[in-house]
Design a protein around this ligand. Structure first.
Ligand SMILES: O=C(O)CCCc1cccc(C(=O)O)c1C(=O)O
Length: 342
């Protein structure tokens, strides 16, 4: 069986990755519609030997569409109702519906059982959340998690193509002795912008009343929903780093019971979508340059946290555009096809 697919936000970094993955994974599509804002409409995209013209998204765009892949951003809130009404299943990479009790928030390797309760929209979690829960799930199955402390080192790709271009341009300007310009990071709509080249910016998205950023609160709130455990104690610090495509995260976990490093390595190595990259004797550990372009998240630096009972530390890296966004969303659609849920 083949499915009529629409990609909303087809011209952005995530939209482009959807196309790469649809081809690479032989996703069974019949018709393919590329939708974007008025600004990008009319753009021609070559895909699998055919030329597609990007159309401006309207409510009518979703007639006859079976699977609507939303790359993210504000358009999701605008068009999700019409897409659902047209009978499409929306897999939305934006935060618009993630915390809606009617909307499953899914990482297919972690909580696939949540998909069945969908009412037309399935939410793709925030990239940093996806990457972290891929490592947490196999460990949680061994012993219930009490508390998580995570610090992230997030690639500029999370700020979109423009943020990637900004890093590249700043490095060039520095090498050529030209003035360094910052217009995008830490966020295009924020009042102040800072150089990211050779710098770290401890702000991703806006600050909330509680002095956390939206990105930090997403990791906290979304992880509880995905793990179905509101008793989880989580704190997060999310930082922008001068890396192109992969996010890295330092995670500290306190469990109910002790888990040995050996046991942790065993269950992580066995978990689909995770690669164990952990051998200090050989200086082997995950690095963003290595995980970019790959499907799996990689886990290493696994060690006991001797400062508490039943604690472990680990380091996890994953491609933010791939498993952090487009791959996870496409895997949700693949799961639904495999389990005949359309
Ligand atoms: O910056 C990063 O490294 C990740 C940010 C991802 C992101 C960017 C803009 C808007 C949203 C959003 O949907 O709210 C999201 C999201 O939460 O997926």
């Amino acid at each position: 069986k083949k499915y009529n697919v629409a990609i909303l936000g087809a011209t952005g970094a995530v939209g482009q990755e959807f196309l790469n993955l649809i081809e690479e994974r032989n996703f069974p599509f019949a018709e393919l519609k590329l939708l974007a804002s008025k600004r990008s409409a009319g753009k021609k995209i070559q895909f699998m030997g055919k030329e597609y013209t990007v159309e401006e998204a309207t409510d009518a765009s979703f007639e006859g569409v079976d699977i609507a892949l939303f790359a993210g951003g504000a358009a999701s809130k605008t068009f999700a109702p019409a897409a659902v009404k047209a009978g499409a299943v929306v897999i939305d990479n934006s935060s618009a519906f993630r915390m809606d009790p009617e909307v499953p928030l899914v990482v297919p390797e972690v909580n696939p059982e949540a998909i069945a309760s969908h009412k037309g929209i399935i939410a793709n979690p925030n990239c940093s959340t996806i990457i972290m829960v891929m490592a947490l799930k196999p460990l949680y199955d061994v012993s219930k998690i009490k508390r998580i402390v995570v610090s992230t080192y997030q690639a500029v790709s999370g700020g979109g193509k423009e943020a990637m271009a900004e890093l590249e341009e700043q490095v060039k300007a520095i090498n050529e002795g030209r003035e360094v310009v910052a217009n995008i990071l830490p966020g295009a709509s924020l009042a102040k912008h800072y150089q990211i080249a050779f710098n770290l910016i401890p702000q991703i998205d806006v600050f909330k009343e509680n002095l956390y950023t939206k990105e930090e609160m997403k990791m906290i709130d979304e992880t509880k929903k995905i793990m179905s455990d509101d008793s989880l104690r989580i704190t997060a610090t999310t930082v922008r780093v001068p890396v192109y495509r992969s996010h890295a995260e330092s995670v500290n976990v306190e469990f109910e019971d002790e888990i040995s490093v050996e046991k942790a390595r065993e269950v992580l190595a066995a978990f689909p979508g995770v690669t164990l990259t952990d051998n200090p004797d050989e200086q082997v550990y995950p690095m963003p340059l290595e995980t970019s372009g790959k499907d799996d998240v990689e886990v290493g630096r696994i060690r006991k946290d001797y400062s508490i009972d039943n604690g472990l530390n680990f380091w996890v890296c994953g491609d933010q555009i791939r498993k952090g966004a487009a791959l996870n969303a496409l895997q949700i659609a693949e799961y639904m096809i495999e389990h005949d849920m359309f």
